[in-house]
Design a binder for this molecule. Structure first.
Ligand code: ATP
Length: 596
């Protein structure tokens, strides 16, 4: 496919707001793409050149792109900046200037593969002189492509493509490509949860049709989307729901998925640690990596556990927030000594070429126990087989005494539900409040500027929201401000600074009267506790609309949700914005709260 053709699709997609229409356009694009191009198109649609779990970024700021545009189109930095001030977008800026430049010949044969290779080279350029090299490469591209292509290439390198859809919509598009409907979405999603690499999924179905997905299995090095737990509020409810089960402590730390491959005749074995949001954490835990080499007995494995920090003097486990201090990029060795950690391993998903995803819990757990040699860093998460409420409560009390968070009950014949919040795992936490059985993870969407003392921090109140999977939108649930310590305000400000954006992100559904002074791109998730969930006239989370009597406008059928007396508990750097509590979860928490 020629890149100019892809740019036309981008322009078309940018104009569409309806998700159904987007899906159809995507399916046409996927149909038109050749076997060797479809995967690259998937990455480019995400504004990337590698899958989401690889951290290769372009690292280009506005200033560098302005220089590249100037160099390519024989314009001064002043001229480019002038147009940029008018358009407010470097994509439109390069497009406008490219149209005006009649001297440069456009190479009409440039393919998606050509541009992809150059973009990949640009992102991979590091070290001394890399800025100049990147600018040179971008200028070369701008010189040879048409104006519309230039618009999108510039947005891609600036990480500002934002076509307004998620990986799920792309999977819908693939389903439409295959069968002209959403009919195959479920199978595509199942495969994606095991190999969350859209290019891989798209190339597989393009080559072999949907049947190609039946052979997909875990691949050491590609993180598997993690299974999540549902929640219940008493031991009694758990037994009622799943009967006899295994109960493990709910460790309060950082979840990791470890990928390990022993490389024969080499000292450097392959080890990767992924966080819940598929971020590569390997460098932050050299001690865990060392322990994996010593304590894992198989040639390859993918297993999961919770990293928990402890006080080296008292041996007492410390809360999540302190474990997260290890998640810094500098001073790692000294932090490792200051904040030692253990990995409580509770799952195994793959051993030596064999997938364990479809094996029941009791088999997986036995296999896990067999592959861990005893040692002090990696610890097998012991389970207790229980069949009564009293026994669950006993383990729960034990867990709290040991400074953990509660328990996770596991269905004995439950499979590993990659990427899902199913009933194979049920969490039962130390009650955060009398009415509500859990905290809520919310996305910080914007803030209003502070008044009085708070002007010192620059922030007064935060507008927060949750994820509505059906609409693929973030909907509001609460403003949070009171009750934050000075330290929390400072920390907030530091984190939100780099997320600021001039316009309301497309995927936000916010009532006008809640408009904050500053919008934030989806990026920061925080955990909040509150007294209860209430119904609210202003918030859009869980709100149900219906056509009004005149049939023209929509009116509110059921008011949205709000949090009563919200309090910040902690920053959830391990969660992606889509991992914020979902509207569906809120609905069931609200129902459970009413029952209680
Ligand atoms: P929470 O906010 O309650 O920690 P969460 O939204 O982060 O939940 P859930 O999937 O709902 O994630 O809860 C499961 C989490 O509990 C896991 O992601 C993991 O980090 C943690 N955990 C601690 N101990 C265990 C265990 N024994 N088995 C499974 N998960 C455990």
């Amino acid at each position: 496919m020629k890149f100019a053709k892809l740019a036309e699709y981008f322009a078309n997609l940018e104009k569409i707001t309806s998700r159904n229409e987007m899906t159809v356009v995507l399916s046409l694009l996927f149909k038109a793409a050749e076997q060797d191009t479809i995967g690259k198109i998937c990455y480019l649609l995400q504004g990337r050149v590698v899958p989401l779990y690889e951290s290769l970024e372009f690292g280009m700021a506005d200033k560098m792109v302005i220089r590249a545009i100037g160099e390519a189109l024989n314009a001064s930095i002043g001229d480019v900046t002038k147009v940029f001030k008018l358009t407010g977008d470097l994509g439109f800026t390069v497009e406008e200037l490219r149209v005006k430049n009649k001297e440069l010949r456009i190479n009409k044969n440039t393919t998606v593969i050509d541009i992809f290779a150059l973009l990949h080279k640009m992102a991979s350029t590091t070290g001394e002189g890399s800025q100049d090299e990147k600018i040179k490469l971008l200028a070369e591209i701008i010189k040879s492509v048409d104006s519309l292509s230039a618009r999108y290439i510039v947005r891609i390198v600036l990480a500002k493509l934002r076509l307004g859809f998620s990986d799920m919509t792309m999977l819908d598009g693939l389903s439409w490509m295959l069968v002209g409907s959403k009919g195959e979405k479920e199978r595509l999603e199942k495969a994606y949860n095991v190999r969350p690499d859209l290019a891989f999924v798209a190339e597989t179905v393009k080559a072999k049709g949907i049947a190609g997905l039946s052979h997909i299995k875990p691949n050491p090095g590609t993180p598997i989307m993690m299974a999540r737990a549902n929640r219940l509020s008493s031991a009694h409810e758990i037994i009622e729901k799943i009967g006899q089960c295994a109960v493990e402590y709910k460790y309060d730390g950082l979840r990791v998925q470890a990928h390990y491959k022993r490389i024969k005749n080499s000292k450097s074995n392959y080890i990767k640690l992924f966080s819940r949001n598929l971020e590569d954490m390997t460098k932050m835990f050299p001690d865990i990596c060392e322990a994996i080499k010593k304590q894992i007995t198989t040639d390859s494995a993918i297993f999961e556990g919770e990293i928990v920090a402890y006080n080296p003097e008292t041996g007492v486990f410390v809360p999540f927030q302190e474990t997260m201090q290890r998640k810094r990029k500098y001073d790692i060795q000294s932090k490792a000594a200051e904040i030692p950690v253990k990995l409580f391993a509770f799952e195994i998903l793959y051993i030596d070429g064999k997938s364990l995803l479809d094996e029941p819990y009791r088999i997986r757990k036995k296999q896990l126990q067999d592959v861990i040699k005893s040692g002090s860093t990696i610890v097998y998460a012991q389970e207790e087989l229980v069949s009564t409420d009293e026994k669950i409560e006993e383990v729960f009390d034990d867990s709290i005494r040991k400074h953990f968070e509660g328990i996770i009950a596991k269905k004995l014949d439950g499979l590993y539900e990659a990427g899902m919040r199913g009933w194979s795992w049920i969490k039962f936490k130390k009650a955060m409040s009398k009415k509500l059985m859990d905290t809520v993870d919310v996305l910080v969407m914007g803030y209003t500027k502070g008044e009085g003392k708070r002007t010192n921090f620059g922030v007064g109140q935060f507008l927060t929201g949750v994820y509505d999977l059906k609409q693929e939108k973030y909907v509001t649930i609460s403003k949070i401000g009171t009750g934050l310590t000075d330290e929390q305000f400072r920390e907030f400000y530091k984190r939100v600074h780099k997320l600021e954006t001039k316009e309301k992100p497309q995927e936000y559904d916010v009532e006008k009267l809640l408009t904050p002074d500053v919008w934030l791109k989806p990026g920061l998730v925080v955990e909040v506790s509150c007294d209860e969930i209430t119904r609210s006239a202003v918030h859009s989370a869980g709100r149900v609309m219906e056509p009004s009597k005149s049939g023209k406008a929509l009116s509110v059928k059921l008011a949205g949700f709000a949090l009563r007396f919200p309090r910040l508990e902690r920053f959830r750097d391990d969660k992606r914005p889509e991992d914020a509590t979902s509207v569906k979860e809120l609905e069931s928490m609200f129902a459970a709260q009413s029952k209680r």
